[in-house]
Design a protein around this ligand. Sequence first.
Ligand SMILES: NC(=O)C1=CN([C@@H]2O[C@H](COP(=O)(O)OP(=O)(O)OC[C@H]3O[C@@H](n4cnc5c(N)ncnc54)[C@H](O)[C@@H]3O)[C@@H](O)[C@H]2O)C=CC1
Ligand SMILES: O=C(O)[C@H]1O[C@H](OP(=O)(O)OP(=O)(O)OC[C@H]2O[C@@H](n3ccc(=O)[nH]c3=O)[C@H](O)[C@@H]2O)[C@H](O)[C@@H](O)[C@@H]1O
Length: 480
Amino acid sequence: MVKICCLGAGYVGGPTMAVIALKCPDIQVVVVDITKSRIDAWNSDTLPIYEPGLDDVVKQCRGKNLFFSNDIEKHVSEADIIFVSVNTPTKTRGLGAGKAADLTYWESAARMIADVAKSDKIVVEKSTVPVKTAEAIEKILTHNSNGINFQILSNPEFLAEGTAIQDLFNPDRVLIGGRETPEGQKAVQTLKAVYAHWVPEDQILTTNLWSAELSKLAANAFLAQRISSVNAMSALCEATGANVSEVSYAVGKDSRIGPKFLNASVGFGGSCFQKDILNLVYICECNGLPEVANYWKQVIKINDYQKSRFVNRVVSSMFNTVANKKIAVLGFAFKKDTGDTRETPAIDVCKGLLGDKAKISIYDPQVTEDQIQRDLAMNKFDWDHPVHLQPMSPTTTKQVSVTWDAYEATKDAHGICILTEWDEFKTLDYTKIYDSMQKPAFVFDGRNVVDSEKLREIGFIVYSIGKPLDAWLKDMPAVA
Ligand SMILES: NC(=O)C1=CN([C@@H]2O[C@H](COP(=O)(O)OP(=O)(O)OC[C@H]3O[C@@H](n4cnc5c(N)ncnc54)[C@H](O)[C@@H]3O)[C@@H](O)[C@H]2O)C=CC1
Ligand SMILES: O=C(O)[C@H]1O[C@H](OP(=O)(O)OP(=O)(O)OC[C@H]2O[C@@H](n3ccc(=O)[nH]c3=O)[C@H](O)[C@@H]2O)[C@H](O)[C@@H](O)[C@@H]1O
């Protein structure tokens, strides 16, 4: 029986390995992690991450050919194929701080593999890494190898949170990069055979190592660039009276452009887009390509602009101050159908409103108070380290309250900010909410989820990203 071990039981390692176990009953899969609480949760009835469909998959194979363990060395030494799906955060200190990927976790994983391996291994990069990382990993492994043969493959993951299981069941493509030597190509075929259990062969692409590594960074950069493009248009729509939904629809009807990923928003979030683009920018700079670096940097600048533009709209609409006003925040996760808050635009928006002394009441169906308080207290990029290594928040932000009820969050509020596109926000009883709020009552829809005309009929003053402005908002400066 082929044995797979995956280092890192996170948003990628957990779901990816669960689906491999489900689709490949002839393979034994063990997921290991340095964080004990994560492994305990994977072995319990309450999995450590919320992902539609994941519970079912885990329940079908856990204890049969899918295992979660803290006994890292044992399972690494027994495995034929080792996936490495550990954190690759942005460096916060030293060379490349604020841009380069911090490969500390990757390097320590590679050194540990070299230490404990007693037989030949295929080591698979599943984490998103800078191009040429495989070369560095290869050096670490071979210099410490005791004669054991290691083949390094790059097999980047393209799943999106909230749809991870569907994405893994039906991937647009699986990408495998390997060395162009006979041993490298043999390793590529071994990994290909795993995916071929359920992915059609013509959707399994094989390339050289550097193309696979760079394709992952390029794919995320292209996706984020679409959002920044449509968000840049949303600012122009507001200035001209055009409607960004109509513009996106018309643009997306061009088959060369396509309709997906053109929703204007308060800004993109998530653990990867910003981190991976910064990493790309750094690689370009290191390769003497400042023009290329600046091109991609602009995607992040527009994203930051979109978040501060939103905060400015809120403050300027409410008589240029939100001091001591209750602002309800609906949605804190970086997108719907996940409890993940890493780099969520809600953090920047809340910090912006707190900077203007607002009192904030937050409701998100999947995010706990503890998580929100930690997010608001943490420094940039600290969230991307293993949970037990993250700084604990020493104090909670007193002006922030968190509730499990949208109606409680909005009661007595002066304004509502919708920051995540949860479906349930479409069907709230907005008349009831309006009646319980201070007047004039404002809704700032950062995701274009509510029916703004209906809300205006109720009496709300409504701001929707990229949509024609209320007369009220037209008179207020959008940029502070
Ligand atoms: N979250 C996502 O949707 C996607 C993430 N990625 C990439 O996958 C990688 C992992 O991301 P996530 O799963 O989101 O992160 P995560 O933080 O959820 O999981 C990483 C896990 O690795 C563990 N870990 C760290 N060092 C370890 C070591 N030496 N041995 C064993 N376990 C170790 C941590 O404790 C943590 O549980 C990153 O490079 C990310 O860019 C790629 C595609 C999608
Ligand atoms: O490398 C990664 O981590 C992953 O990053 C993204 O997946 P994810 O961040 O989970 O979620 P997305 O659906 O891409 O959304 C990212 C952010 O963009 C926002 N978004 C998305 C689409 C859109 O049209 N508008 C928009 O503002 C979302 O609300 C969210 O905040 C990519 O879609 C995945 O292919 C990739 O594997």
